[in-house]
Design a protein around this ligand. Structure first.
Ligand code: NAP
Length: 482
């Protein structure tokens, strides 16, 4: 049980043992709210990662041979332990990531649900049996674990992005090596400690933190024993990893960047649209791949929507993530603040008007004020890049065709938000927007029971739902005559 920072493991988890990095090196972990050092964790070199692959390989046959029911019960126990320690985990996430404690609590609940969902899915990996159309043979299909999985996760949801991969990997019978983000390693170790307590056998889950992500990933992906890469992070790094994975033809699932459009038609319920906009934009302080990045609003309701969104954004309580009444915490680091300041300056220079915010906060920590920009020109950089912060740029549109064209004007395709009271229009537009997920009159799509993932440069594959477990399985086809 993890009750405080003092009893949190901070060494590598390899083969069920907490081990310092072979080099003895450590990585500093900071609190984004105060910029203070809060802990150090082991800094794995590529050879430590190979030891983790050795451990995963040693544990693989035993884990694959366990019954689905045994795996299911261990995963169910992981869910229960995460619930037991939910408040401690939420405080830890808030401490190292900076997100508001309420957002962190939401993340823990979401993260834990992946264990419950995949505990239920573990016993439902059904194959099928059919007859070849020619009548020549039976077609028997069964699903087998894909093999050792390398899981790489980002800092923005340090618990949920890890459990969204670990739970289906374990349910399918795979062993794994998790490489969490350097900004937020503590949450990964806290979750790993719970997995051990829940009875996950040594070597089934290994965790390596490292300041040399590229070299470590190369060492793991060069190892022919590793058969799966599941990555969540930026499109830029995803592209590098896909190229590397090509060397050993490794099975890849990629959850990459987003640039979500938020489309408000003139027949929308504006109360509902503003409420949804606050969730879609400000969950996690805007540091979400699903964050609404571009607001396209019909000209008839543009002024009303913009003013009301600006009022709501200005009223947010911005403060240290760990304070109970904080609604928007700091960004994760100084580079994120600098990037957002640059994007806002670019939009302003091109003619955008600031309706709310538009400045860094003059205080310790990586704070940027919740911001609304109106009259944003189509060539502003922030309409084409992930903002990853509390900035809402608004653009007007005239008709449905223009809204769809604007929404699709991006290389990304993760999620889109659509507000209209006309269900036929809602479905028609949903079908034409190029994204893996649509939120229709809603500000939130994430649900462990639903297939999460993107099209275009937002990714390959799906997490959650039944789809998530199949990402860690191979279909075995047996042509049989009897
Ligand atoms: P990132 O820079 O791509 O990093 C993600 C992970 O990859 C981290 O663990 C990072 O390690 C590691 N990494 C960095 N360079 C690497 C390399 N050359 N080889 C192997 N691994 C490498 O992304 P981030 O800034 O942490 O997260 C934000 C991004 O994640 C956004 O683009 C967001 O949209 C995306 N995201 C997508 C989803 C989704 O489901 N589609 C969900 C959440 C986030 P270090 O921390 O050590 O650099």
């Amino acid at each position: 049980m993890v009750t405080s920072l003092n009893d949190l493991p901070t060494d590598l988890l390899i083969g069920g043992q907490w081990k310092p990095a072979a080099s003895g090196r450590r990585i500093d972990v900071f609190n984004p709210s105060s910029e203070e050092l809060i802990a150090t964790v082991a800094d794995a070199a590529p050879e430590d990662a190979v030891s983790a692959v050795d451990a995963a390989a040693a544990a693989a046959p035993g884990w694959a041979a366990t019954s689905a029911r045994q795996r299911s019960e261990i995963l169910r126990r992981c869910f229960e332990l995460m619930q037991r320690d939910a408040e401690t985990l939420a405080r830890l996430i808030s401490l190292e990531n900076g997100k508001a404690l309420n957002d962190a609590r939401g993340e823990v609940a979401y993260a834990a649900e992946f264990f419950r969902w995949f505990a239920e899915e573990a016993v439902r990996i059904n194959g099928d049996i059919g007859m070849s159309p020619s009548g020549a043979a039976r077609i028997v299909v069964q699903y087998q674990p894909v093999g050792i999985a390398f899981l790489v996760t980002p800092w923005n949801f340090p618990a949920a992005m890890a459990t969204r991969k670990i739970a289906p990997a374990l349910a399918a019978g795979c062993t794994c090596i998790l490489k969490p983000a350097t900004e937020t390693p503590l949450t990964a170790y806290a979750v790993a400690a719970l997995l051990m307590e829940a009875g996950v056998p040594p070597g089934v889950v290994n965790v390596v933190t490292s300041s040399m992500a590229g070299k470590l990933a190369n060492a793991v992906l060069d190892d022919p024993r590793v058969r799966k890469l599941s990555f969540t992070g930026s499109t830029e790094v995803g592209r590098v990893l896909l190229k590397k994975a090509a060397d050993q033809i490794i099975n890849c699932s990629m959850e990459l960047g987003g640039n979500a459009p938020f489309v408000v038609f003139d027949d929308a319920d504006i109360d509902q649209a503003v409420e949804g906009a606050m969730v879609a934009k400000m969950r996690n302080g805007g540091e979400a791949c699903t964050a609404a990045n571009r607001f396209y609003v019909h000209r008839k309701v543009l002024a009303e929507f913009s003013e009301r969104l600006a009022q709501r954004m200005s009223a947010l309580k911005v403060d240290d993530g760990e304070r109970p009444d904080t609604q928007c915490g700091p960004l994760v680091n100084a580079a994120s603040v600098a990037k957002i300041a640059q994007l806002v300056a670019d939009a302003q220079a091109k003619g955008a008007r600031v309706l709310a915010g538009g400045t860094r906060l003059d205080r310790p920590g990586h704070f940027y004020a919740p911001t609304v920009l109106a009259d944003v020109p189509l060539n502003a950089d922030l309409l084409h890049e992930e903002i990853f912060g509390p900035v809402a740029p608004i653009v007007g549109f005239e008709d449905e065709a223009e809204a769809i064209r604007l929404a699709n004007d991006t290389e990304y395709g993760l999620v889109a938000y659509v507000y209209t009271r006309d269900l036929a229009r809602g479905l028609r537009v949903s079908e034409q927007i190029e994204s893996g997920m649509i939120a229709l009159n809603r500000g939130l799509v994430s649900d462990p029971a639903a297939p999460f993932g993107g099209v275009k440069q937002s990714g390959i594959g799906r997490e959650g739902a039944h789809h998530g477990i199949l990402e860690f399985c191979e279909a075995k086809y047996i042509a049989a005559t009897w």
